[in-house]
Structures are given as C-alpha cells and as structure tokens.
Ligand binder design. Sequence first.
Ligand code: GLN
Length: 490
Amino acid sequence: MRLFDKPAHVLHDMLVKKEITAVALTQDVLDRIDEVDGEVKAYLTVTREDALAQAAAVDAKLARGESISFWEGIPGAIKDNICTKGIRTTCASKMLENFVPPYNATVMEKIAEVNPVILGKANMDEFAMGGSTENSAYFPTANPWQHDCVPGGSSGGSAAAVAAGTAVWALGSDTGGSIRQPASFCGVVGMKPTYGRVSRYGLVAFASSLDQIGPITRDVTDCAHLLNVIAGYDEKDSTSTKAEVPDFTKSLVQDVKGLKIGMPKEYFAKGLDPEVEKSVRAAIAQLESLGAEIVEISLPHTAYAISAYYLIAPAEASSNLARYDGVSYGERVDGIDIVDMMTKTRSEKFGEEVKRRIMIGSYALSAGYYDAYYLKALKVRTLVKQDFDQAFEKVDVIMSPAAPTPAYKIGEMASDPLKMYMQDVYTVPLNLAGLPGISVPCGFSSAGLPIGLQIIGKALAEDTLIRAAYTYEQSQQFHNKIAGLGGENA
Ligand code: GLN
C-alpha cells in the first residue's frame, strides 16, 4: 500500500492504530522522491538518513506503548529560506550556497517540539523574489500536474512537493503571494497568516514588513493543525503579536450560515482568465447555497497595490540584502581591494532578479526620489489597508481568485518581469494590509491545471478562514486529487 498520497490526519490515525509504522511512511515518501523528484525538482536538499532516524525514534516510542501527538512521524519539507540548524539553507542563492545555520528559526523550534520527520529543504525563487520558482539559482521546479508548467512561486518547491506526494506538509513564506499563488497553481491548500501571527525569527529577510511564514498542506484539516504548531508570540521577533492563539482545529466545522462574503468588483475585472473566473464564481455560489450571503464590495485602490508593493518590497530588500558584502554574511569572491571584492561578490553571487530588486529599491530610497516613490508607496499602502477596513465593516470574509490564471509554461514570462509582477494582483494587497489569506483548490482548467479560491479575512481571523475553507472543501472533492495519479485519494 502506498502512503505518500494521504493527508497527515489520515496518516496519524493509521500510525496510532499501528496499521503503519513511521519508518514505512517515511520510506514510502522517500521512494516517491526517488520516483518523481528527478522531474519535479522540488528539493534542494534531502536529509534522507536524518529523516529515517527521526521516524525510527517515533516507532520506538509507539513500541514502548507511549502515545504520539498529531505531527509525530509525519514527513514534511521546509522552504529553503527558513533557518534549519545543521541543514544547509541556501535561499536558492549562490550567495548562501554553503550556509549551514548554527541555529533554528523559531518555527523550526516549534516544529521540533511536535516531532515530525523533516525530509529536507524545498526549492524557491532566489531570496523569495519571484512567482514561478524559475529564479532559483540552481534549477527551476516543475508543476507536478504538467511538467512543462511552473509550480508558481516563490514557495514553488514546497507547493510542488505537497502536490506530488513527495512531502505530506510543507512550510512556505509569503511576502506578496508566495504561499497562496503556488498553492493555487499546484492544487493544494496554502495559508498566509496575519502579519505577526507567526514569528519571522530565522526566516531570511526579503521585505520585513510583508514577510510571513505559513503552512502548505494537502487539505484544510492539516492546515489548521500546522498553524496550531507555528503560531504564537515570540520575544525574538519584535513584530510578532501577543494576541491569543486559538485552537484552529476547533474551526474545522461545516457552517457558513449567515457568513457574509464580499466579492470585490475590482478582482473580477479585465485580465482574469475566464476559466478561473468560472471556477471561483462557482465556488462562491456553492457557499451561498450552503447558507452564506454574497455582498458585492469595492476595493477602489486595488489598481495601485502592485506598484506600491514593487517599490516597498524592493526598498526593504535593498536594505536587508546589504549584509551580503563578502564579509559579514554569505560567500566571497576575492578582489584586488575591498571595493573590488564586494563588487565581485555581489555581482557574481546574486541572480538577475535579486539585482534588479536591489537597484529598484536603492533608487526608490535615494535622496531626491524618496518622497516621489517610497513615501508615495507608503501612502498607497495605507489607502489599500483602508479599503479593507471599510469592506470588513460590511462583510466577514472576502473571496477572489488566488491568481488571475492557472499555471503558465516554464519560460513563458521569464523575459517580461512586469507581466510576471501582474500575476500578484490579488495577493499583494493582503500583505500590504497585513491580513490573512488562504488558497483552497476549487477546480481545474480545461487543460487540467488546478485553480485556487482565495479567502481573505480580518486581522487575526484565521479561524473564520479555516471554517469557510473547510466548509467549501468538504462540499467538494478537488483536494482528494494527487498530481500524477490523476485519480482519487486511496
Ligand atoms: N511574486 C512576488 C514577488 O516576486 C511575491 C514574492 C513572495 O511572496 N515572496 O515579490
């Protein structure tokens, strides 16, 4: 019996009932990696031996008659911008090719407490800059559904691994859509929590006021369980929130009666692929038939969100990436003097997209342009947030597509960064406003590629998102499909 195609909650029950062992489960997922990762290329590093040793420890516990908690022995993958003690963390950059962190990110400390199996580190766009995982300095990842298509990005390795059955769960990071968009492209569940809900300590910084770590899972049940593990205040992250963390699994209830769903008219406008629109509208109608109420709303500053994001994110990135100078952090390329050394290091070790962002960011922050670009973008950010504040006076959640199209072909947008930036139209506004969002599978295009429904919530209302997403998921069966198997979950 193969095991890689099952969600964590099913596997946990099987472990508890002793129908399977943790070693058999981990071995099955490692076999799956051997079978498909040569083509999908979701992994930068596979920690095979450690994974089997972790699994054996769980089996020993079970053999002693001890009970195990939900995540024990369940294998998962970590995006390669999250620091893992003793495991290489490259950010998919040549700059960090040999970086082995001496410490764990706070999320990894929290994960370690619940004792899952860590399979390795997932591919991504270099420093999380991109939306297709083509910007990895090592290799692009393929969409498990169609290998000539991108998996989305920047957490493309994490989403592709979960979709291909080469990981049961994964962690990603989302600065402008990098969890939700690849989840949508790969037909899995991905959540960006509220800014501050999950500690960023040990997440290699891209744009600090926007970055957030979140779960990528096979279904909403696993998402709630994983969020329970990683959420919470951390004194090591001054931007983490002290808000109480509810038990998110309590929101796994099928009930949307009276839930007010806002549909922003600006999100169902020109540029939206007709098949995506059809699936998303059908999903929202499905929730209406289950008792939700649909309200048309307006988020009038939507059109400016991308421009603001592509000034603020690069501005913060240019500052965050200044530390890679060949001395304090990262690789070094020798030069005849210090300026030559730094120039060579940064020219050779950063990829094209990273350098583009550093240049845009430095320009936007420079004296004389600061007011015209950076300050203006901050003002737009406030307006985008006010749009949401006003909308949430009338509705409980907002629903939209996660991305304007299904996955596109590898190489299709690589030469046109602006076109690729437009892909983030429905995701970046949430990061600007700090709000939580989840992408749930809601259908397939005629070409057989997954489509994702995005549900947006008020700050700290992940519980409401989980309830709405779970209700929808249980009324449909799209999440029961595994890429490459083309059929129902066993
Ligand atoms: N696609 C967006 C960008 O390129 C989002 C990236 C992210 O969320 N990490 O910046």
